[in-house]
Design a protein around this ligand. Sequence first.
Ligand code: NAG
Ligand code: NAG
Length: 835
Amino acid sequence: MCDKEFTGTSSDKTMNRQVLFFIFLFWIQTAVTQVSYSIPEEMPKGSLVGNIVQDLGLEIKRLIAGKARIYSRSSEEYVELNRERGVLLVKKRIDREALCTETALCALHFQIILENPMEFYSVTVQITDINDNSPAFEKNEMKFRISESAATGAKFVLERAVDLDVGINDLQGYVLKPTDHFGLKVHSNTNGNKNVEMVLQKPLDREKQDQISLVLTAVDGGEPQMSGTMLIVITVLDANDNAPVFTQQTYKATVIENSPKGTVVATVTASDADQGSNSKLTYSITNTLDNIRRLFQVNNENGQISLTDDIDFEKSRHFQINLLASDEGGLTDSCKLIVDVQDINDNKPGINIMSKSNVISEDAKLSTVVTMINIEDLDSGENGNVECFINENIPFILKSSTNHFYSLVTDSDLDREKASEYNITVTCSDEGVPSLSSSVTLTLQISDVNDNSPVFERSSYEAYIVENNTPGLSIFTVKATDADWNQNARVAYILEDSSVNGVPVSSYVSVSADSGVIHAVRSFDYEQIKDFQFRIKAQDGGSPPLSSNVTVKILIQDQNDNPPQVLYPVQTGGSVVAEMVPRSADVGYLVTKVVAVDVDSGQNAWLSYKLQKATDRALFEVGLQNGEIRTIRQVTDKDAVKQRLNVIVEDNGQPSRSATVIVNVLVADSFPDVLSEFTDFTHDKEYNDNLTFYLVLALAVVSFLFITCLVVIISVKIYRWRQSRILYHSSLPVIPYYPPRYSDTLGTGTLPHVYNYEVCRTTDSRKSDCKFGTVGSQNVLIMDPSSTGTMQRIQSEKNILDEPDSPLEMELGRQRSANAGEDGYLNRERKYFYI
Ligand SMILES: *[C@@H]1O[C@H](CO)[C@@H](O)[C@H](O)[C@H]1NC(C)=O
Ligand SMILES: *[C@@H]1O[C@H](CO)[C@@H](O)[C@H](O)[C@H]1NC(C)=O
């Protein structure tokens, strides 16, 4: 039965049971007035809802007759009544969710109304849910921005999904995939809603994954199950969880010293996995105590390390720069940069004189150390390898003793006379490229040693002096030079002792010790000595002194100081000699020959004969060279018997000197002729008597003068005796004093030659010197009042000879008296010496 009543879908068994229950109730109480059906939603149009004819126990006729219709308060009619069939059919689509929203029990309530008689029946059509709605999210996508530093357990509320279905078809749960980081937590609300949260289960790491996509799936419990999804996009926000990291812990770089400021030495790089400001790195140098910060700087943005100051290999060869990279979050990393400085050849070798001598003796031994030098080159390697050398061609070498030490030593003998000074340039250069060098110049003086003896300018000297020189005349000068220096080169000239003709040479010549001037000490007479020689020694002032000597030969030159002397015819005072010429004598008859000699020599002795005066000039001639007197014409009777010829004999000196001789010639054939003429000759006797008279007169005058002299001398002697008593009290050397008038009285013009001496006397007799005065000097006595002064006295030679107290004067006197004995007749002019 029951099966018949239910014409619904066989699938709705439970609904059928409910309907049954209601019918049963109706049946029991009264007639059934109410029927209930249950249909699922979304039945197709025309689907059977219920067979009311059957269920209400009505007949189709009644339905038609009663005009059965559905009455509903709601305007919409989902169900229609088919009267013919007596069934309710789905009129239009029934959506439970639209009809009832969330209400779990959803039913359509309406009445079926019949007329004739009027009756109604309530019909309830229960709409059951079918899973026709999937859970749905309002948005397809949800975005989150979560810091990577978010702690685990952090919750993020997700949007709920909504399922319009109810019951089992409603939302049952959520699924989140993938589940790496997040899990889900669902809270059931009091209103039955489920809130869903996403829970961080594992820390995020932006550096690994900066964006996470999750799919949240909401599922219901329907059959088949339906689901809705939502994309969850999580952007992981950066947190400063990564420290900067240098690419290397230790960097190495080299830099050439003296590189300009700003040179980039190296670049350090650190990286930070973080993002944005968390990865913005700042580089800095952290060295504190050393001078790194003065020398280097780091570009805080790009990590370039550059020089800020001059870098000097010689000060530091390595630098360790500690670097720090920090991000803005304060995380840091450190590294170090080892900078090796490369040497360049920027230092000259330094030359230090450790000790030096400025002066070295020329007799210094070989290998005498002159200077010690220390070399220093701050560079290293080849740049610091130094070689030193000195200029060439000097007698020194540079010895390298030990590393960097040199000594300058003598290498050969020194000779101050060749080089008295050396400029030694020590040059040191290193082996760098290009090489640097420096040099120092040492000036070394060579001190003198007396190793050179004086050297005369000539190996021997010859000098000429004209006889009759004034004593004290300088003959000539010898000169010796000494190559040494100063005192060692101060030459003194010394006359070496020797004798000339048994007389010490010092009585002939003297030598001025300082100047080498040779003076004649005496007046020489060529007729006595023609030459002589002696040696002069030149001695230097060294210690010990060195000397050399030279031979000096003095040649005395003749002066025409002797007139010719007629030997024949002999000139006697009284007797007359005459030559006889016979009247028959032919032309060219040799009457006689005048014979004369001249003790001078050379031209001065070359005699020529001339007829000076003759009784008859036309009769005789004199041979110019030979002095032969010859007739030049025939003697005639007219010619006088007595012929007198004056022949002059002249020498050839300058000026020439002459002698005249009277030659008496008798022109006669026999002696009686001569006698007749004799009286003429005796006439000459009267002349001789006159001469005798004059001679006696002269003798008387001379005697008078002699007595006068004697008186004067005696008075002078007395005066001097008194004077010497005065002088006795002073230390003055005793000097003979002559009253000026004394010399005048004796010296007046009677002497053919006046020799003037200037006698100089000093307290140091070694240095005494003589000069000769001029002829005709005034006789003067100068007396120096100071005891050490020089006393000068000019006196005529005669006066000096009066007081022969010096050896020179005594010698002169001796010589002259000897001369007088030999040839007093020759030199009448000198007789005055011996009066
Ligand atoms: C050494 O040098 C000095 C100064 O430069 C100079 O006067 C002198 O003549 C030089 N001596 C030599 C021997 O070159
Ligand atoms: C003079 O010199 C010669 C060599 O020139 C020497 O032999 C001689 O001894 C010297 N004489 C004196 C006196 O010094």
